[in-house]
Design a protein around this ligand. Structure first.
Ligand SMILES: NC(=O)c1ccc[n+]([C@@H]2O[C@H](COP(=O)([O-])OP(=O)(O)OC[C@H]3O[C@@H](n4cnc5c(N)ncnc54)[C@H](OP(=O)(O)O)[C@@H]3O)[C@@H](O)[C@H]2O)c1
Length: 499
């Protein structure tokens, strides 16, 4: 099949309207990302950026604030001409919540088409409770109406906190927007390493034919961090590992790993294939939860030689049952994956920080000695790589095999480092929503994790503890289907040894 590229580099003249422009995300990711895109010539010449905030700020002060964001991000400095071009694109509009005419005034500001191109992309970098009210206010003054010009709305993560709230948010948005206007962020999808999964699977004749239950024993999708929850204790305790990482990033990684070949590389083609596989994941049986799901919390321990406190100590509440380690076993009910367990896990304060997909293949037809089964590993971060572990004869007089590792970097030293938000901002302006979530994906993901979140919240028995800086808790192995399955704990040779 010949594929077409999802989007061209042509971008309509447009105005990016940024709500929450003084917030953390805007300072750390959005303005630096937009500046980088401008510096490499990827922004349309007439793009304008209108910051919208509650405070009265002069244009001069706002532009000085943007400079401080760039100074903080690009410590080695940046090109003065690129800065002048970028800063001239920027404007500020005060939108005090106490002013009943605030959005009429915003409309008046935007109607100055000598400054602001009339295709409008709204980026809602605000509190999730404000997503629907902001859209409602924009709609009331006609600012979401598409006639001659397009209108797009980016909604930040999280899209709801469970299935019911996701549906409620969706119904709030769709009163005023079509699905094609809504761009839901899962910033993992902006990562080149994630986009690579689909390409590496389907552009390689040697991989696709073995990507099924005939050859694959099981799949592990892993995201571990050495960091703890830091100063986000309250946020984390109301969220937990399952909702924070598994409901979003890890299930998207699974979808890209397991999906069928999309009918084409258009946004609809890619998203249809992901939706289909997400909807084919078998619901987790709550009456047998302990065979399918495992949770734990980090206790005090040592990370990089330094003593660190446990989660409950950091939180100051010894009764919390919120997980910092979550593992699930999933099955996908389709012919390709029948009987193949997908083990997905995420954790804070583990012994290593790594995101990867590890695939173990079935036993080879010839067994010479106690040999390992083949593994194929796709490293996402910190190393973007593909590794294959195969058996080879040990040179010498005897017939013995050992595991050798073929190791290829997916990222070369000279490759561009593009932040996920840069890619997503460009996609937004291009009208390419393939790397944004469709509502059916968000709902399928909530549908899957909701019963586990609820069952775990209701079960107040103390949660299993693991020392910070250790490997997977021994008890987590309860979810494995077969006795010879175990957590792969590193992408390195030897990382397949049971830990
Ligand atoms: N930061 C990240 O890395 C990150 C990661 C994932 C998701 N997100 C999501 O991105 C969005 C923005 O995150 P953020 O970290 O930038 O948030 P933030 O710094 O807490 O706030 C963003 C903006 O929201 C407005 N705001 C804050 N408190 C408000 C209040 N009580 N009432 C009305 N407006 C208020 C402020 O804008 P004005 O005062 O200028 O109006 C503020 O600049 C959130 O939806 C978050 O869930 C962020």
């Amino acid at each position: 099949m010949t594929q077409t590229l999802a989007a061209s580099n042509d971008i309509d003249p447009c105005t990016l309207v940024l709500f929450g422009a003084s917030g953390n995300l805007a300072r750390v990711k959005l303005y630096p990302g937009l500046f980088r895109l401008d510096s490499i010539g990827r922004l349309p010449a007439d793009l304008k950026i209108l910051a919208v905030g509650r405070q009265e700020v002069t244009l001069e002060a706002w532009r000085a604030d943007i400079k401080s964001m760039l100074d903080a991000k690009f410590k080695k400095g940046y090109d003065a001409a690129a800065f002048e071009r970028f800063i001239a694109r920027n404007y500020y509009h005060a939108n005090p919540p106490t002013d009943p005419d605030a959005f009429i005034k915003l409309k008046n500001t935007l109607s100055n088409d000598a400054i602001f191109p009339q295709n409008l992309a709204y980026f809602l970098s605000v509190r999730p409770v404000d997503f629907a009210p902001v859209v409602e206010s924009l709609a009331k003054v006609g600012l979401t109406q598409e006639d001659k010009f397009w209108r797009r709305v980016v909604v930040e993560k999280p899209f709801g906190t469970d299935l019911a709230s996701a549906k409620e948010l969706q119904s709030g948005l769709t009163k005023n927007l079509k699905e094609s206007q809504i761009y839901r962020i899962d910033h993992y999808l902006g990562k080149s390493a994630l986009q690579n999964i689909l390409l590496q699977r389907f552009t390689n004749t040697i991989l696709e034919p073995i990507w099924n239950n005939q050859y694959i024993d099981h799949v592990q999708i892993t995201n571990t961090e050495m960091l703890g929850v830091g100063d986000r204790t309250q946020f984390y305790d109301s969220t937990g590992a399952l909702r924070d990482m598994i409901q979003s990033h890890i299930l998207q990684t699974l979808a890209l790993t397991a999906m069928e070949l999309p009918k084409d590389l258009t946004p609809d083609g890619v998203r249809d294939a992901k939706i289909k596989v997400l909807e084919q994941i078998r619901p987790i049986p709550v009456d047998e939860l302990n065979k399918h799901a495992f949770r734990a919390q980090y206790a005090a321990g040592k990370v990089n030689g330094e003593k660190v406190p446990g989660y409950l100590e950091e939180l100051g509440n010894k009764d919390s049952v919120v997980e910092t380690y979550a593992a699930l076993k999933l099955f996908i009910d389709n012919p390709r994956w029948k009987g193949v367990p997908f083990y997905i896990r995420t954790a804070k304060r583990l012994h290593e920080a790594d995101t990867r997909i590890s695939i173990r293949f079935k036993k080879a037809p010839l067994q010479v000695n106690e040999q390992d089964q083949n593994w194929l590993i796709i490293g996402i971060q910190p190393r973007e790589c593909i590794k294959m572990e195969i058996q080879a004869k040990v040179p010498g007089l005897d017939i013995n095999t050992r595991t050798i590792q073929l190791d290829a970097a997916n990222r070369l030293a000279e490759d561009d480092t593009v932040d996920a938000y840069e890619a997503l901002l460009l996609n937004l302006m291009q009208g390419d929503n393939s790397n944004y979530l469709h509502i059916s994906e968000a709902e399928a993901q909530w549908r899957l994790v909701d019963p586990v979140v609820k069952a775990w919240a209701a079960d107040k028995t103390p949660v299993h503890q693991y020392p910070a800086g250790s490997s997977d808790p021994e008890a987590s192995k309860v979810i494995f289907e077969a006795e010879d399955q175990f957590w792969r704990y590193s992408i390195e040779l030897g990382g397949d040894k049971p830990n």
